[in-house]
Every structure is written in C-alpha cells, then in structure tokens.
Ligand binder design. Structure first.
Ligand code: ZN
Length: 288
C-alpha cells in the first residue's frame, strides 16, 4: 500500500518543507467546515490544491496543514505526508505526535462509504509500515472546535474508523428504505456508492435524485453479485438490495486495492469552498 495520489501529482515538491517530526500517537479526523458539494475526482483535486493555496498564501504556513486527505471517491491524497509536523490540530504536541487527515466534506454532508474505507486503509498503512498507533481521534478532542462535524465525530466514537479495511460500514442502514422518486443527501450517498462500485456510467450524474438511472445501477449492482435482479429490482433499497450493493462496492474496492484498476478521473470541478479555519492555541514553537 502506498498513497494513492502523492504530492507530485498536484505539482508540489515530493517532500513537504514543513519541519521534521515522527508522529506515533495516531490519526486525527478533520473536515472542511462548510459543505463542499464535491462529487468527482477532478473536483477533489481542485479542492486539495485550493486548500494548500489557502494555507500557504492565506495563512502564511510552510505548507498545507494536513498530513493527508481523503477524496469523496475514497482515495488517499498526500498533504504534508509522513514524518512532518502538521498544522491542523491546534496544539504543538498534537501537531508533532499525531497525523491528520481531512475528509473533503462539511456542513451536513455525510462521508461516503469509500471515504470511510479510505480512512481505514490509511490507518492500516500507518500502523503496518510506519509504527503509528491505531488510535483515531477527532479534532475536537484537542481544542474547542466543531471539527470534524457531528457525522464524522460519531464515526470516531463508535469505532467505525478503527475497523480493518473491507469491514462492512454503517452506510447500509442509511440506504435502507430508499426508493425510486426519493431525493436528497442519502440518495446522493447511494449514487456515490454505486459509482464507486463500478457503475459510474449507469448511474450517470450524481444529482441526488433516485430516478431510472439510479434504479438501473442498483439492479445491475445486485446482478453483479449473483442476484436474479429482474425488472424493478432496483426500485427500492430492501435489506437484500443494501447487502448486495454493499457487497458489489466492497468487491470493487478490493479490486482497486489489489490492482488499482480504476483511478478514473472526469466530472466537473466544483467551486472551491472556504477551507476549515484552524484555531491556534498557545505559543507556536515550530513553523506551521
Ligand atoms: Zn479540524
């Protein structure tokens, strides 16, 4: 395992100019603050570059604040990367001893199943190859802040992030009961899951509307794991439909982990949202 998208992919120096450190305590979860409305790889790449621009040229830091980011597609983007102080935690010890990861969502947005899997892959890699503890915390465990938002912090405290890669996520229950004609955030998550299960062309635009295209993608996802999945079988997220869509997704993620078969880009980039405001407490003894 390695990082899916290294610094050089974004046009940056291969190693961060930030100060050297050897974080061992674990991983801290962050979010964006405002909703990002990101749905594509290209949008997340633009977003990540915007975060660095804001932290370097806006805040005057040595580099972007986070060690790593997780795109809505669930890919691991390098920030400061390994063996660097990072600047997101708000305390000097927090910045020295812990790695940080920012999930590219905010507001009331929920993480995609692929993002949860991305955090698990990142954590497993840090533990297995870089001597880091498996502890996962939220930014608010260090200083007074809303970060990483209620949806993500709930996953910090219920142990979702400390499960191994490939474990079934809690997103199953969020899909349950959705049906053709529904719209909203839960439908968007279902569409992203279908996209990341390999049915991007079928599901089409991620528009948060459970229309014919979404229904067909559900039907095909079910068929892909052995269900009879006849006409109408994609119209409602029954318990069986949830389990089968989840299985199709897990299998696709496993294929990507093994062969990195699909690192497709495409889609439009969204507007760059405001980045998280990082609160600073105490005297900083290292450059940020
Ligand atoms: Zn934060």
């Amino acid at each position: 395992m390695t990082i899916d998208y290294p610094r050089t992919y974004f046009g940056w120096s291969s190693t961060s100019p930030a100060d050297y450190a050897t974080p061992r305590s674990g991983l801290v979860i962050h979010y964006n603050g405002d909703a990002t409305n990101l749905t594509s790889h290209a949008g997340c790449v633009s977003y990540w570059k915007g975060v660095r621009n804001s932290h370097v040229n806006g805040n005057g830091w040595a580099d972007l604040g986070y060690s790593f980011g997780i795109s809505v597609d669930g890919h691991i983007f390098e920030g400061r990367g390994l063996t660097r102080y990072q600047a997101a935690q708000g305390t000097t010890a927090g910045n020295r001893d812990w790695y940080s990861v920012s999930l590219m969502i905010g507001g009331s947005e929920r993480p995609t199943a692929a993002q949860i899997e991305g955090v698990r892959r990142l954590r497993a890699w840090l533990m297995a190859e870089h001597g880091v503890s498996g502890t996962v915390r939220g930014h608010r465990d260090f200083i007074s802040t809303s970060c990483p938002g209620s949806p993500l912090y709930a996953l910090v405290t219920d142990g979702t992030f400390t499960k191994p890669p490939g474990a079934i996520t809690t997103e199953v229950s969020d899909m349950l009961g959705l049906k053709k004609g529904d719209s909203g955030e839960r439908v968007k998550l279902l569409q992203l899951k279908l996209k990341n299960a390999g049915f991007s062309d079928v599901v089409g635009t991620i528009d948060a509307d459970y229309g014919p295209a979404t229904a067909e993608a559900v039907r095909q996802a079910r068929a892909s794991v052995g269900s009879a999945a006849g006409a109408g079988w994609g119209d409602r997220m029954t318990p069986d439909a949830c389990e089968q869509v989840d299985r199709a997704f897990a299998r696709r993620q496993a294929e990507i982990m093994i062969g990195r078969a699909d690192l497709s880009t495409g889609g439009s980039s969204g507007d760059l949202p405001a980045t998280e405001t990082v609160a600073v407490s105490g005297q900083l003894t290292v450059k940020r």
